[in-house]
Design a protein around this ligand. Structure first.
Ligand code: GRF
Length: 215
């Protein structure tokens, strides 16, 4: 199977990036991370990439005159690596419609909630405050609506008595490290595609929730 070139965008710790690096090191995974790009020079994920021998670039959004100019430069940097897939892994920037549309069907994001619940920030706190019995994380194709594109896979976990934001965040993070490599592998193997009606796995439309994994 031909390799699937991937560019990963990060802003911080890059633990999801690390999970991808580790999963790709396994046999017969056609995914290949061609580059990691960060908007922050101090993102620890850049060290993780360098340790794995992956080329890195830093594009500091503060050095651009507005969102459009930054996103145009970002597109140029990404496309220099000729990726089939772009993976947002804790990239803390709102992307312009121009950027999102340029990568339609080849842009994935991970979000720490059971979308469509809790788009945006402070998801663990919001799940606790609402008294939810379940929480989790979601991988989705990116569309113009923030955290709103077709779902690919969700990991669902119980909220336990005595859970805090920290304990919940930690368990959700563990599941992120499981479902993001899975979704990326599906894409790299040609099994996952964005169809007109939503995300398709092995030629079949996934349910609106995406593929569900209960823990
Ligand atoms: C994750 O919680 C992810 O869901 C969100 O940003 C965080 C990134 O964490 N989009 P890391 O940098 O991968 O550790």
């Amino acid at each position: 199977m031909a390799d699937c070139n991937i560019v990963v965008l990060i802003s911080g710790s890059g633990s999801n990036l690390q999970a991808l690096i580790d999963s790709i090191a396994q046999d017969s995974n056609p995914a290949r991370i061609a580059a990691v790009i960060s908007n922050r020079a101090d993102a620890y994920g850049l060290v993780r990439a360098q340790n794995a021998g992956i080329p890195t670039r830093v594009l500091d959004h503060r050095q651009f005159d507005g969102r459009e100019a930054f996103d145009a430069a970002l597109i140029e940097a990404i496309d220099g690596f000729d990726p089939q897939l772009v993976v947002l892994a804790g990239f803390m920037r709102i992307l312009t419609p121009g950027f999102v549309n340029h990568y339609t069907g080849r842009l994935l994001n991970i979000h720490p909630s059971l979308l469509p619940k809790y788009k945006g920030l402070h998801t663990h706190q919001r799940a606790l405050e609402a008294g939810d019995s379940e929480h989790g994380c979601s991988v989705h194709f990116v569309t113009e609506e923030l955290d709103g594109g077709p779902l690919v896979v969700q990991a669902v976990l119980p909220v336990l008595p005595g859970d805090t934001v920290e304990s919940l965040a930690q368990r959700v993070h563990q599941q992120e490290h499981r479902i993001y490599p899975l979704a990326v592998r599906w894409f790299a193997e040609g099994r996952l595609r964005l169809g007109a009606q939503g995300a398709m796995l092995d030629g079949k439309l996934l349910p609106a929730s995406g593929h569900l994994i209960r823990t």
